[in-house]
Design a protein around this ligand. Structure first.
Ligand code: GLN
Length: 346
């Protein structure tokens, strides 16, 4: 009886020692593995915490976006080993909007090399609102960044193909591959934006005047508008993000979409310009490369580990979903999944 008791004591001590060791050496520092339960709980906690959050307002400069249910709230994580975790609304689709810009940029880098974007568009953040015309004027069409409208329309114009159809088909199949399924176009959103996007048309024409547009400006703007109207649910977005996290290969279908070298060029641009003029605040708080769209989606990913997406249509002044930012911030903090957490060597 006594000996047994003593053995339990030793066992307990041993377990406490292991716990202390793990806690000391793993803690929140550069964690690279999480249990399924941890992912599920982090999503659930963010959902519960923010389900009644109403800050911000739908985008209304594209009339159709103002009609989207502002309460829509979906969260998803897709790991690089293909596990999918979701919470909230996972079936309703929204238009991908500016999140599209990263995938088109990736395809141009993949097919034409990293210098193409560097030299013909530029990769420095403009620090200005996403549809800024001043940003074009300041540098006469140079350094306009692929993740804000001028640079994004120029990037779309650089997609391989001699005709509108060829370029559009290449964009569409690329997006399908990132998501791992055939995506649809939100036709009302496309038509609504095409009828009201005079500012983007002007941007394309201005770039054309500076010889920084590489296809017919009106057609390039239209392809760009259509790419922004691609409809996605939160699981699609998290899968697309996880394809980047997984070095360019879709973790669910296992299809290689772009190379890991391409992804290595995409990440820094996302990290420095993914949330427009609030990109600094984002990376400061979250530490993960991210990309937002005025449809209400935000994607982010931890290279090598997982992709995450949240959809919630109410936006802040910069055009970023308020609840999606808060949710991802919360999830990253809970998982300790900020890649910049480094524990000093002992
Ligand atoms: N299609 C939108 C536009 O060009 C995309 C903007 C965004 O998501 N920030 O205005």
């Amino acid at each position: 009886m006594k000996a047994e008791f003593r053995n339990h004591g030793i066992l307990k001590l041993f377990l406490v020692a292991i716990f202390l060791f793990l806690n000391n050496n793993v803690g929140l520092a550069q964690r690279k593995s999480w249990t399924d339960a941890e992912f599920k709980t982090a999503l659930k906690n963010a959902y519960e915490k923010f389900k009644d959050y109403k800050e911000g307002a739908n985008a209304n400069y594209i009339p159709e976006l103002d009609k989207v249910d502002p309460e829509l709230f979906g969260l998803a994580i897709v790991t690089t080993d293909g596990k999918i975790f979701t919470e909230g609304n996972i079936s309703t689709e929204v238009s991908i909007q500016s999140i599209s810009k990263v995938f088109t940029m990736a395809k141009v880098i993949e097919d034409s090399g990293s210098d193409e974007i560097l030299e013909k568009v530029g990769v420095d953040a403009t620090g200005m609102v996403f549809n800024s015309i001043i940003a074009i004027e300041l540098n006469q069409g140079k350094e306009i960044n692929p993740l804000v409208n001028p640079g994004a329309i120029a990037t779309t114009s650089l997609i391989n193909g001699d005709t509108y159809e060829e370029k559009w088909n290449l964009i569409k199949t690329t997006f399908d591959d990132f998501a791992g399924r055939k995506l649809n176009i939100d036709q009302p959103v496309y038509e609504s934006e095409a009828a009201t996007n005079q500012r983007n048309q002007a941007i394309a024409m201005l770039l054309n005047a500076y010889e920084r547009m590489y296809f017919d400006p009106a057609e390039a703007t239209d392809i760009y508008t259509k790419q922004c109207a691609i409809a996605v649910n939160v699981k699609d977005l998290a899968t697309m993000a996880s394809t980047f996290a997984n070095g360019g290969t879709n973790p669910v279908t296992k299809k290689k979409v772009v190379s890991y070298q391409t992804v290595a060029h995409v990440i820094p641009v996302m990290a420095t310009a993914g949330l427009y003029d609030d990109s600094g605040q984002w990376i400061y708080n979250v530490g993960l490369p991210g990309k937002s769209g005025v449809g209400g989606g935000i994607i982010a990913f931890y290279p090598g580990q997982f992709g995450i997406a949240v959809i919630s249509p109410r936006l802040d002044a910069a055009g970023n979903s308020v609840r999606a930012q808060e949710s991802i911030k919360n999830i990253v903090a809970e998982l300790g999944s900020n890649p910049f957490y480094v524990q000093p060597r002992k």
